[in-house]
Design a protein around this ligand. Structure first.
Ligand SMILES: Cc1cc2nc3c(=O)[nH]c(=O)nc-3n(C[C@H](O)[C@H](O)[C@H](O)COP(=O)(O)OP(=O)(O)OC[C@H]3O[C@@H](n4cnc5c(N)ncnc54)[C@H](O)[C@@H]3O)c2cc1C
Length: 541
């Protein structure tokens, strides 16, 4: 059940403005809020009936009063600077548990617990599962070094693109000289193999490199290292936190900031053509009332780069991105008990890793590349309502209801072309979870007003159909290094296109990816600096 069209934003947009923003995802709203606060006239055009893109909350099941984060669910990368600058009322809450991995070892059900502030339970768990303290000590050293690198790299995401040399120098100073060579020049799989002995410990580390990215640990292009970097380093704390009120609360706050600053939002407006001579732009869009045109000095594209290329009529022949995740949203009447005996409130409090050992991840990648669904299917599970019950109505909260999200890896879009594949993928995920449960998850599902179990599954094809993310790729395309490489120029904002007055402001910009607002802010600052430069030129004439 999608949100109804927002009537506040059905009004006519102006015919002329300073900046048109193509798409009202969270990043488009960040750009709008910054630029409107700078005093520019801004219009946001969004094809859906509501803003937020992949950062929304929805009541997915009729009669079940739970507003789930329907797509993205956790926040790590949103810098405090964005929250402060835009005066957002966003609350992000940490979780006491980082992860729990249920395991079957020697016929015995056990599990590896990693607390956020590791105490005796974590140390004991590593010792019991891995047979010694070796991997726990390695884990501490590994993440301590990453934490130090994060403190160096995270602040650069708020500045123009640094050169590779300057980041390398700063990271080497903070973390020692070998750290850079290992992390930035060598496939992550090799480092993980050298650092950890246990297959499941290796897998837990590798999931941050493979989630949302169709590759394997030893890929020489290092795309897995880049994905890992964003997951563990971009937020200086490295912690993935729960948005209180769900993802929709993050978007709601951005929307209020944009509107308060004077931005015009027009929903139900699908952009069909963008023309620009580099100084002035004209944007055609379709509404229920027919085709409209808006002229502007600048265009900021929150849509993915291949969509912008289509709108500009400039195809560069680059292959379309491809998403590789299976997302399953569940509402349960009660949390299921685990065979390992751990309390479900602990097991589900952080990220629950299922069938994500290094060996299984490598095999799953090979299976998916040869056209088969991985079996067992590696995935992770997350329970929002253990940290935040405000997404439930008071009655639902009292009933003990919980929401659970499963996020499957190595299920690329191409596998879902055939009918029935999504159902099989869901069955594999549920069967995987059930192997570690005392009672099947199906028995715990809430039933909606139509008598149906509360389960919704999204393949990458569904994500593409709903959100216009090409190929259903959750980051609009593969992640880039957060410093200048062949794809970006040092000193630029990483949002520029070949047309001076058209910039990217979404996930597909350099340093985009995830719910961060970073590319949205970078686009705004890039436009502001263009304006300031041209005002400076006029003054010196
Ligand atoms: C299933 C899933 C789970 C994820 N989980 C997480 C997570 O837990 N944490 C995290 O940090 N990230 C997560 N991500 C990634 C993250 O959600 C995205 O990278 C981020 O939300 C992208 O934001 P954006 O504003 O750049 O783009 P989008 O959210 O894609 O917004 C773009 C907007 O443009 C609109 N649009 C497209 N074409 C047109 C057109 N022609 N005319 C007008 N409007 C148009 C779209 O409707 C959309 O509203 C997840 C993504 C998905 C799909």
């Amino acid at each position: 059940m999608a949100d109804a069209a927002d009537e506040r934003y059905q009004q006519q947009a102006p015919d002329e403005t300073d900046v048109v923003i193509l798409g009202g995802g969270h990043n488009g709203l960040v750009t709008a809020a910054y630029l409107a606060r700078f005093g520019l006239r801004v219009t946001v055009l969004e094809r859906l009936g509501h803003v937020g893109g992949a950062a929304v909350s929805e009541q997915l099941f009729p009669g079940i009063e739970a507003r789930l984060s329907a797509f993205s669910y956790l926040v790590a990368l949103m810098p405090y600077a964005v929250v402060r600058d835009l005066e957002l009322d966003v609350e992000l809450r940490g979780r006491p548990v980082a992860s729990y991995t249920p395991l079957l070892r020697g016929g015995r059900n056990d599990g590896l617990l990693v607390e956020r502030r590791a105490g005796a339970a974590t140390v004991d768990s590593f010792r019991r599962v891995t047979g010694s303290d070796r991997d726990w000590r390695a884990w501490q050293r590994f993440y301590d070094q990453i934490g130090r690198a994060a403190k160096v790299i995270a602040p650069t995401m708020l500045e123009p693109m640094p050169g590779k040399g300057s980041v390398m120098k700063a990271v080497r100073e903070a973390c020692g000289s070998t750290f850079w060579d290992e992390f930035m020049e060598e496939p992550l799989g090799a480092i993980v193999d050298r650092t950890f002995e246990d297959d499941d410990v290796r897998g837990i580390v590798l999931t941050d490199a493979l989630i949302g990215t169709q590759t394997w640990a030893y890929d020489p292009t290092l795309i897995q290292n880049r994905c890992f970097l964003y997951h563990v380093m971009a937020s200086a704390s490295g912690e993935w936190r729960v948005p209180i009120g769900g993802m929709g609360a993050v978007t709601g706050s951005l929307e209020r900031a944009a509107v308060k600053a004077g931005a015009v939002i027009r929903t139900g407006a699908t952009v069909t053509l963008v023309e620009s001579d580099g100084k002035r732009a004209s944007v055609l869009y379709q509404t229920a009332d027919g085709e409209r045109r808006i002229d502007a000095k600048y265009v900021a594209a929150n849509v993915a780069p291949p969509i912008l290329a289509d709108l500009l009529g400039r195809h560069d022949g680059a292959p379309k991105p491809e998403g590789n995740q299976l997302k399953v949203n569940l509402v349960v009447q009660r949390l299921p008990k685990l065979r390992s005996g751990i309390a479900p409130e602990t097991a589900f409090a952080g990220t629950l890793h299922v069938d994500e050992s290094a060996t299984r991840l490598a095999a799953a990648y090979q299976e998916s590349e040869s056209g088969r669904l991985p079996d067992p299917l590696p995935f992770e599970a997350y329970c929002h309502t253990l940290t935040d019950r405000t997404i439930l109505s008071p009655e639902a909260a009292r009933s003990g209801m919980h929401t659970i999200t499963l996020f499957g890896l190595h299920t690329p879009a191409r596998l879902f072309a055939e009918e029935g594949v999504k159902d099989r993928a869901v069955q594999l995920a549920l069967a995987g979870l059930n192997r570690y449960l005392e009672e099947p998850i199906e028995d715990c599902l809430a039933v909606d007003a139509e008598g149906l179990p509360c389960i919704e599954a999204l393949s990458p094809l569904d994500v593409e159909a709903k959100l216009a993310m090409p190929g259903g790729h959750i980051f609009h395309g593969d992640l880039s290094w957060p410093w200048a490489t062949s794809g970006g120029v040092a000193g630029s904002w990483g949002v520029e296109t070949q047309i001076p007055n058209v910039v990217l402001c979404g996930s597909g910009a350099l340093r985009g990816g995830a719910v961060s607002g970073i590319p949205g802010r970078a686009a705004a600052l890039s436009i502001v600096s263009q304006i300031q430069r041209s005002r400076g030129r006029e003054r010196t004439r």
